[in-house]
Design a protein around this ligand. Structure first.
Ligand SMILES: *Cc1c(COP(=O)(O)O)cnc(C)c1O
Length: 360
């Protein structure tokens, strides 16, 4: 395994820590240190180091800035009430990172090294992991093509880094359902494209539709498939689930959907609890029809940031349909409580999802 050189921040390089853990705004404050390493074709990964957080210096011709060859991950470190620090299924993030890397013609990183590098970083910045219930340290591993050259081809040089950011509870005012706009005008991804990779361009591509939805008073966009614009794919940057009667339905992973780790965890829990769960195509027509007959009892998004995001209202083609009277459903709450309970070490972990970080 590569050696990691550690250069701790001196007092002048330390960053102001947020004083009020209730007022953390997502993704705005970053901790004292970052992990960083470089890749050169023929040489592989090298120069692994943990250094004070600092700006990158990039040549204007840097390939990622022109052609978008870049990927990232998102996970969190949770502090338990007894001081332990937990990661939730980090191996899944490293697996997905390497899948994204392959799809984008980028070099892979050894998953064990990923865990090791992250642990070293967390150990140094342990005081940045907030303590209040519901808070966490958001972790953003990122890889970018850094070769300075124009021309569309895979780069020969890359940088990989991990930055971390303390974040507040996702639901400071309580667990509230959101209003969703179903777009049949714009699509997020198509089969055969890069929708299943956590790659930069997917998020730029989603902005316009999200802004339109916001102007109309909706929080997020529900994406339909790129070909027929009938099949439900995702909601915002989350996977989506429907409770129809007493069954749980989520669209299958057919290439255009991001394989969420929270999605996988909900499927696991449902099976464990004896809830019938189906990964099958579901059209927006079926969703609207089942909402009208009352069979659609719940709808929720899943992702690391919110864990579970209940949907209280859907707008589609001039019609509004309210789900579960706009209140949080029983299953949404149950999945939320269970996953959050496991993450913070307050509930049993029957699947071995927790990776405890050795911090002392
Ligand atoms: C990251 C992401 C998700 C959720 O994945 P988790 O692993 O559950 O956080 C879902 N959809 C998109 C588009 C994403 O980028």
């Amino acid at each position: 395994m590569l050696d990691i050189e550690i250069q701790p921040a001196d007092d002048s390089q330390k960053r102001p820590k947020p004083e009020d853990e209730n007022k953390l705004v997502f993704g705005t404050v970053f901790s004292d240190h970052m992990f960083i390493m470089n890749y050169d074709e023929g040489k592989g990964w090298h120069s692994a180091r943990i250094v004070p957080y600092h700006p990158l210096s990039l040549d204007p011709a840097t390939m990622v800035l022109h052609y978008g060859q870049g990927i990232f991950e998102g996970l969190k470190a949770y502090r338990c009430h007894d001081g332990r620090v937990n990661l939730f299924r980090p191996g899944k993030n490293w697996e997905r990172f390497n899948r994204s890397a392959r799809r984008m013609c980028m070099p892979e990183i050894d998953p064990d090294f990923q865990t090791h590098a992250l642990e070293q970083l967390l150990r140094l910045d342990v005081d940045w992991i907030p303590k209040k219930k519901g808070t966490s340290l958001y972790i953003r591993p990122t890889m970018l093509a850094t070769e300075a050259a124009l021309g569309v081809r895979p780069a020969k040089q890359y940088v990989y880094y991990i930055i971390t950011s303390p974040v507040g509870p996702y639901y400071p005012e309580g667990f509230n359902p959101v209003k969703i706009y179903v777009t049949d005008k714009y699509v997020r991804a198509v089969r055969g494209g890069v929708g299943e990779a956590k790659t930069l361009g997917n998020y730029a591509a989603s902005l316009y539709a999200a802004e339109e939805a916001k102007k109309k008073g909706y929080t997020q966009v529900l994406w339909l498939d790129g070909v027929e614009r009938r099949y439900v794919e995702e909601v915002g940057t989350m996977n989506i689930f429907f409770r129809i009667g007493d069954e749980l339905i989520t669209p299958p992973l057919t290439g255009s959907i991001l394989p969420g780790i929270t999605r996988d965890s909900v499927i696991h829990l449902a099976k464990h609890w004896g809830i019938p769960v189906h990964e099958r195509p579901i059209t927006i027509g079926e969703v609207i029809e089942k909402a009208k007959t009352g069979e659609l009892k719940e709808c929720f998004g899943t992702g690391t940031a919110a864990v579970i995001s209940p949907v209280g209202e859907l707008y589609y083609k001039g019609e509004t349909c309210v789900i579960n009277n706009g209140t949080v459903g029983e299953w949404s709450k149950r999945f939320y409580d269970e996953i959050v309970g496991i993450q913070y070490g307050e509930k049993n972990d029957p699947f071995g999802w927790i990776h405890q970080v050795p911090i002392n």
